[in-house]
Design a protein around this ligand. Structure first.
Ligand SMILES: [Zn+2]
Length: 155
């Protein structure tokens, strides 16, 4: 039986020799490595020297489809492919694909980071993706002073 691994428990880089290896007694390639600007835990893999944040590898962790497939499908939609044609070519249900977009929209900043880095997409194309679920929020990331502080709400 496998339990879900937590981020920081393994290296999410598929090209890394220690990719996906859970941290345990002899296996200690992943270390905590400061925080991002938005306060997310950052990790570093000492095997491949790669750094990653707690969102990478877990955005869709409850889904049965590999994250790479999901993000690839999202990229195709952003490129202008119709969901109905992707249903035919990928074999995923339309409801499933919409659910992915909805879930992705909840992590828009992280998804955009991956799409911009790994696919030849423009920001405008990615915005087109969010239009499917009417998501306007979480653009631009880097929320300012989201937690704590003495500010009295939005201006
Ligand atoms: Zn690694």
């Amino acid at each position: 039986m496998t339990k879900f691994a937590q981020v920081g428990d393994f290296c999410p880089d598929e090209t890394c020799p220690d990719y996906g290896k859970r941290q345990s007694d002899p296996q200690h390639n992943v270390i905590k490595y400061g925080k991002t600007q938005t306060g997310r835990q950052r990790y570093k893999c000492n095997t491949c020297q790669g750094t990653f944040t707690e969102t990478r590898g877990t955005i869709f962790y409850r889904r049965h489809t590999p994250e790479q497939d999901i993000i690839g499908t999202l990229a195709l939609i952003a490129e202008g492919n119709r969901i109905s044609s992707l249903v035919r070519t990928t074999g995923h249900k339309e409801d499933t694909i919409i659910a992915w977009i909805r879930e992705a929209a909840g992590h828009a900043a992280a998804i955009e980071e991956v799409l911009l880095a790994e696919y030849q997409l423009t920001r405008g194309q990615i915005d087109g993706l969010w239009a499917y679920v009417g998501n306007k929020g979480e653009k631009k990331a880097i929320p300012r002073q989201m937690k704590g502080g003495s500010s009295g709400g939005p201006r």
